[in-house]
Write a protein that binds this ligand. Structure first.
Ligand SMILES: [Zn+2]
Length: 177
C-alpha cells in the first residue's frame, strides 16, 4: 500500500462557497476522537461522527471507530466493518463526518482521501500528528466539504462558521477495534 501523502491532488477548480449548514460539536466528541485516533499509535486511523439533523443544523451525538487496518501512512476500512459499526445506531441518527489522522502537520486531502471518503454528503476532517492535539481547536485541523465536484479544504474562518463547539447531550463513544 502506498503512503497517501505521496498522492497529491489537483487544486480546487473554483473557490469554496460558504453554506448555511452548521455542525454543532460537543467538546467531548473532540476528546473522544483524539483518544481513539491516538490508540493506533504512530499509524493513521479513522473515526466517524453520527447524530441528528434538523434543517441546516446537525448535532454530533456519537463518535465511533470501526475495525480497520492502520499503517504509518494509510488506513483502510472494509465494508463489513462499516456495517458492524452502524448496525445498532439509533433511528434518526445520520452520518455527519468522517475523521482520519495524518502523520504530520499537512491535513489536506490526498487523492487517496478523495477516493476513500464514504459519502459526499458528510464532512471530512483530517487531524494532524496521529491525533495528538498540537493546537487549540480548530487550528491545524483540515476540514473538507464536497462542493461542485471537489473536496474543498475550508479556510480557518469558514471552519469556525461551519463547526460550532458547544455542549450537547452525553456522547455515545464506541470503539469496535
Ligand atoms: Zn489522508
Amino acid at each position: 500500500m502506498q503512503d497517501e501523502y505521496l498522492l497529491r491532488r489537483a487544486p480546487a477548480p473554483s473557490p469554496y462557497v460558504p453554506s448555511r449548514l452548521v455542525l454543532k460539536l460537543p467538546p467531548t466528541a473532540i476528546a473522544a476522537t483524539c483518544e481513539m485516533l491516538q490508540r493506533a499509535g504512530r499509524r493513521e486511523a479513522c473515526v466517524f461522527w453520527y447524530g441528528d439533523r434538523d434543517g441546516d443544523v446537525a448535532m454530533v451525538r456519537s463518535a465511533r471507530a470501526p475495525r480497520q487496518q492502520s499503517t504509518p501512512g494509510n488506513y483502510h476500512v472494509e465494508a463489513d466493518a462499516m456495517r458492524e459499526m452502524v448496525h445498532d445506531l439509533p433511528d434518526g441518527w445520520k452520518p455527519l463526518a468522517q475523521i482520519h489522522s495524518h502523520p504530520g502537520a499537512n491535513t489536506e486531502h490526498s487523492r487517496y482521501d478523495d477516493a476513500m471518503i464514504s459519502s459526499r454528503r458528510i464532512l471530512s476532517l483530517v487531524f494532524p500528528a496521529y491525533g495528538m492535539q498540537t493546537a487549540p481547536w480548530p487550528q491545524g485541523i483540515g476540514v473538507h466539504e464536497w462542493q461542485n465536484d471537489y473536496w474543498h479544504m475550508l479556510a480557518p474562518r469558514q471552519v469556525q462558521d461551519r463547526l460550532v463547539m458547544m455542549p450537547g447531550p452525553a456522547l455515545d463513544k464506541r470503539d469496535f477495534r
